[in-house]
Design a protein around this ligand. Sequence first.
Ligand code: FES
Ligand SMILES: [Fe+2]
Length: 449
Amino acid sequence: MTATDPGLRRSPGISYQELLDTDSHPVPEVLRLESPKYLGSADVNSERFYKREWHELEKERLWSRVWQMACREEHIPNPGDYIVYDICNKSYIVMRTSTGHIKSYVNACLHRGRQLKHFDGRCSEIRCAFHGFAWTNEGNLKEIPAGWDFEHVNPNEFNLPEVKVGTWAGFVFINPDAKAESLESFLGEIINQFERWDLGNRYVAAHVAKKLKCNWKIAQEAFSEAYHVNATHPQILKYLGDTNSQVDIWDNFSRVITPGGTPSPLLKYTVHEIDIMRAMLDTRVDEEVAMQIPEGKTAREMGAAAARERWRPLAGDMVDEWSDAEYLDAIDYTVFPNLHPWGAFNRIVYRFRPLGDNHKESLMECFFLSPFNGERPAPAAMQVLDFHEPWSSAEVLASLGKVFDQDVYNMERVQIGCETSVKPGVTLANYQESKIRWFHMLLDQWLGV
Ligand code: FES
Ligand SMILES: [Fe+2]
């Protein structure tokens, strides 16, 4: 590569790695990794966002074969606990068996096909509500009412069909493809990269889902780059190094790290440290900023110090080992195809999927994974926001809700625009939007297109 190669161009201003050099604490190796990939500049066709054929291909070749997060382990802590995981027109039961293992079954009765479970719960057996065929929680046939009429059924061949299950970082994944590679092999290096942050040792403190009138990929892409911040979230530019984000691409996962407590390079004026802090604390112009910045200190360092003290009661003196970056930066990982666990201490995890079997509607979920002291608290119940209900109506999300609403404001318009456009594809930034290109390249491979 030469210096003029498009894949090497970067925003003016301090790079993410240079910013890490200023950290008041040692920076972990995982943040020092750099894996940029220039994946070409060709437009990505827009049909994938609105054509039913694409959705059908995704059902056949993606969702039926890929590892996908179904729930957290804590959603099914006790024997007999189960959740129903729906993806497009398919439904699966994820069950904690009597031995404490997790199994997943195709959610359909072997008699005449009724869906066996249609809400989450706890059971001592899996009994179909139609005619009463029953299976143990281990999936073995337990009873056929009036069994004399089913002499032709071999009980040994009438156990519930299972799908593959794997766990990582407290997440339970399923894969309907019996021939799929193991979850560990699929996830690869991300397992090591998250070791330090130990998401398994967190609990679901908040869980909010929102119905959206756009394809699931359009919704996901609104959270896959920081380039949109200047137009969509201008109120946070003073403390967000949007175009200085670092983008890293690996195999089945990628990340965008957007630094906090540092101003956007797009601002054409000097932003004073106190103004960075004012923006970080969402302080009105006629109010005093609650946190002062001593001589020689930066808003970034002060913001991290405050976050460190907020975490201390839960994490103890461990908090002194963590860098400013881990408190302030948006370390947004994506595991193909639809899971976004944030690294470090931001608590955020997103999941995106089609809403039911509709390719022009989607469900976006936001989880907060929080640390806890002593006994694990019960996971928060999912709050579902309908199409017309704003994210900001979910109080638990605090100021994040307002930011999400700004993102939603674009999504439906992107859906309509892509369908309307006479231009057959979307044009992506070479670096800042390379995570989106990575996703589509992988998707194309899965779909064989
Ligand atoms: S369909 Fe389930 S028992 Fe008949
Ligand atoms: Fe956004």
